[in-house]
Design a protein around this ligand. Structure first.
Ligand code: PLP
Length: 414
């Protein structure tokens, strides 16, 4: 297997103690990410460029599986595979037995939401930032389980109202389900303050941290959430097809697993079965071991840099990009709220977001199109059918920001 050489060299650098990611450190991080030499990647909210060590870990493992056998390789790497749970637990300040590894955030969220024992009349409170998977879950449960969804819209400045949340709570409120960072706008929802209210009223609290993990410090104890869903490929820089679900120990018995096999329920008799005594009851036996290792490596990589430092640089770059875009005639930025993240969204007058994306792709700049379907409440409210989404990560540079803005200015002149 590939040695994690960068850790040693990295830890010896005095810059590690510094808060700000230095230019020297940034160069090293970029050297450790092959993709940064080829393209300007502002699609980190889609899927980030993985560090080389993550790619090598996955490829080497797959090769070893092919030569030695899948079960045999798993046995050899059983400790490293277990380390992925440890890394996730460290990342979000949870316990290992509160983590289930799944293939994406949608699976994680659906496991949590659909596992709740809703009865007709139960109420779920949410915000306008919800992702499409979650909205489908709400609509489905409204139709088939008789629950009611209560939406707390942000005000015109993008502020979430904690007072309105308090007002919306009733004896029937079973769940508060909140997306921390939406897919198609840069604002953030105050999940810690919401958690305090959820806990005060003893209401289950589910957080979609799909765009947050790897970008922003995420601490489940500070948030006070019962369940949290995450994907690997976005800000964590893990391989595609990875994700995880956190379920607080005390809440695990309140959720019904949607799928079960001999791994999730190892104590089986013909008269009945017992589930595992940890969150892996929400996993099935068969999963991609190579990707699990890759996820672990990506998280270790992020933790070695430090999530605080990553967050600081992401904010710095996003603020610079927003400021420069705002200065360009013909561009409107669509990020609201007191706190904003690395997702920068905008429209270009007279051009569809797909045209802008395609133009930039020709210049080797990756952005994506944020579609209405992804964040339906928010996009409908703001009459947006789509937006250009340029999502920065710490490995992006100020020079890259200048380049994309130069290209947009040139496009507007055409
Ligand atoms: C806020 C949010 N939640 C959930 C998801 C779903 O993640 P996945 O595609 O890993 O299921 C996304 C994907 O873009 C997202 O942006």
């Amino acid at each position: 297997m590939t040695e994690c050489v960068y850790f040693a060299s990295y830890l010896n650098q005095p810059a590690m103690d510094a808060i700000v990611i230095s230019e020297q450190e940034l160069n090293q991080l970029r050297q450790e990410t092959a993709g940064t030499a080829n393209i300007i990647h502002f699609n980190n909210a889609g899927a980030s460029l993985p560090p080389d060590v993550v790619v090598d870990t996955v490829v080497d493992y797959l090769k070893e599986e092919a030569l030695a056998g899948g079960y045999e390789t798993e046995y050899k790497y059983r400790e490293q595979l277990a380390d992925t749970y440890t890394a996730i637990a460290r990342l979000i300040n949870a316990e290992q037995d509160e983590i289930a590894i799944v293939e994406n955030a949608s699976t994680a969220w659906c496991m949590a939401f659909n596992g709740i024992d809703f009865i007709a009349g139960d109420e779920v409170i949410t915000s306008e930032m919800e992702y499409v998977t979650n909205i489908i879950g709400f609509v489905n449960a409204e139709k088939n389980r008789g629950i009611k969804i209560k939406l707390i819209p942000n005000d015109e400045n993008g502020n979430f109202s904690l007072a309105e949340l308090e007002n919306a709570i009733s004896p029937k409120t079973k769940l508060i389900a909140i997306t921390h960072i939406a897919s198609t706008t840069g604002g953030m929802i105050p999940i810690v303050e919401i958690g305090k209210i959820a806990n005060k009223h003893n209401i289950l609290y589910l957080v979609d941290a799909c765009q947050s993990a790897g970008q922003v410090p995420v601490d489940v104890k500070e948030i006070g959430c019962d369940m949290l869903s995450v994907t690997g490929r976005k800000y964590l820089r893990a391989p595609r097809g990875t994700g995880f679900l956190f379920v607080k120990k005390e809440v695990q018995d309140k959720l019904k697993p949607l799928f079960m096999d001999g791994f999730s329920a190892p104590d089986v008799k013909l008269a009945g079965f017992n589930l595992r005594n940890d969150a892996r009851r929400f996993e099935l036996y068969e999963k991609n071991r190579a990707l699990t290792l890759g996820l672990g490596k990506a998280i270790e990589y992020a933790l070695t840099i430090g999530i605080d430092r990553i967050w600081q640089r992401v904010q710095l770059l996003a603020t610079a990009l927003r400021a420069e875009l705002t200065d360009i005639d013909g561009i409107t930025v669509h990020d609201f709220g007191p706190e904003q993240c690395g997702i920068v969204t905008f429209t270009v007058s007279g051009l569809d977001a797909a045209q802008v994306k395609n133009h930039l792709a020709q210049k080797h700049i990756n952005v994506s199109v944020g579609k209405a379907i992804s964040t339906l409440y928010f996009m409908n409210k703001n009459n947006l059918t789509n937006v250009v989404r340029a999502s920065v990560h710490y490995y992006n540079t100020e020079q890259e920001i200048n380049t994309i803005c130069d290209e947009l200015r040139a496009l507007l002149k055409q």
